[in-house]
Design a protein around this ligand. Structure first.
Ligand SMILES: *Cc1c(COP(=O)(O)O)cnc(C)c1O
Length: 392
């Protein structure tokens, strides 16, 4: 077999991630690789830290990108903060809360599970009851933006509950960062992890994390050694920490960090508020179009994510055939349902660079034609007209 260079097809990515990467970020990725201890590289690392502090709205000294995907950022939070025997309340209302619970178990912690239905936000009353029923809870863990369902939970209220009960807060902000408000310091979040491939629109593979002083103190004062060498923050701090002489820990993914730097710079240049408003605006347009097609969104408006739209699949439609038609005819990727929602919903992402008028119209037009091919009776053109009216 003759193997030649790989040239990916040109796609429009409107699934749950990765999202479309802007040409500016792709260009940054292709710049020459330099040494990861080169003074110029270290200068860029310091800028990444500042830009992440801006994006997370935090002064946390320990704010850095983990050299691995969002799942590793999740693991970095739990492996550092959970010791054998620690009680952790984990809120599960979708796929990712379940993974948090699995992390706690694997590091010897005791999981106190607070479950909510898929499509519902975390119920504050249930969390309050869990605190009342259990003494000495070390941490409360929850997913801010559940990508498997399209639900936003009330991070500020959850963090306050944790603080009132003397517990740390661990938050998943993989899909929220850059798409909706994230306010680490205002809310009092102790440990957070995110990802590059959702609303930051950089290539997948890096996970920004941030730890409060309270969390850093807990890591420093642990009884037991962090059971992961790679993710041990005590060691990584020697590499990323300011003021210290940078010591070799691992070779940073140099070019992937150029891309992250560029995508964070784009977010800064746009402004956080403006980015959140843009996500809301195009979400409103997409929603108007979907509703004009007779489709409905799974999640109640009060806690619906603009960047991840969960659309109920109409009766009699072969959802996988629709997705493959979108991919083959329009080079458009949307997401399937996950876990309890598999076969019941599509997940349409409007994330970061991909959250724009062109993608809204492409998705609505393509979906309309795919549904007509499935035999659904539709008024042709109504969806794009409704979206265009919102965007006008
Ligand atoms: C995507 C995602 C993750 C995992 O990120 P990876 O980069 O795929 O490892 C974790 N949590 C949420 C909410 C996500 O959407």
């Amino acid at each position: 077999m003759m193997i030649s260079s790989f040239h990916p097809p040109e796609r429009t990515l409107m699934g749950p991630g990765p999202s479309d990467v802007s040409p500016r970020v792709l260009a940054a990725l292709a710049r020459p690789t330099i040494g990861h201890l080169d003074p110029e590289f270290i200068r860029m690392m310091d800028e990444i830290k500042q830009l992440l502090q801006y994006a997370f709205n935090t002064q946390n000294e320990l704010t850095m990108p983990v050299s691995a995907p969002g799942s590793a950022g999740m693991e970095a939070c739990f492996v550092n903060l959970v010791e054998p025997g620690d009680k952790v309340i984990v809120c599960q209302n979708g796929v990712f809360g379940g993974r948090m619970a699995e992390n706690v178990r694997r590091f010897g912690g005791e999981v106190i599970l607070v479950e909510d239905e898929w499509g519902q936000p975390v119920d504050l009353n249930k969390v309050e009851s869990a605190f009342k029923a259990n003494n000495g809870v070390k941490a409360l863990a929850f997913v801010h933006a559940e990508t498997s369902t399209g639900v936003r939970s009330d991070a500020a209220a959850l963090a306050k509950l944790a603080r009132d009960n003397g517990a740390l807060t661990i938050m998943d902000a993989v899909t929220s960062l850059g798409g909706i408000e994230v306010d680490l310091d205002g809310w009092g979040i102790d440990a957070v992890y995110s990802g590059t491939q959702k609303c930051l629109s950089a290539p997948p593979g890096i996970s920004p994390v941030s730890f409060s002083e309270r969390a850093v103190a807990q890591v420093r004062d642990r009884q037991s050694t962090v059971p992961s060498w790679f993710l041990d923050k005590n060691l990584v701090m020697g590499y990323w920490g300011e003021g210290t002489k940078r010591a070799y820990h691992h070779t940073a993914p140099v070019n992937a960090l150029y891309a992250l730097h560029e995508s964070l710079l784009m977010l800064k240049q746009e402004g956080l508020e403006q980015a959140w408003a843009r996500h809301d605006h195009y979400h409103q347009a997409l929603k108007a179009g979907l509703e004009a097609m007779g489709l409905s969104l799974l999640v109640d408006e009060a806690y619906r994510l603009p960047q991840l739209n969960t659309v109920t699949i109409p009766d009699g439609v072969d959802e996988a055939r629709v997705r493959s038609r979108l991919l083959s005819q329009y080079s458009l990727e949307i997401g399937a349902g996950l876990g309890a929602l598999a076969g019941k919903v599509w997940r349409i992402g409007l994330m970061g660079h991909g959250c724009n008028s062109r993608n809204v119209l492409l998705c609505l037009g393509a979906l309309e034609s795919a549904l007509i091919a499935e035999g659904v009776k539709l008024e042709s053109g109504a969806a794009t007209a409704a979206a265009a009216a919102v965007m006008a």
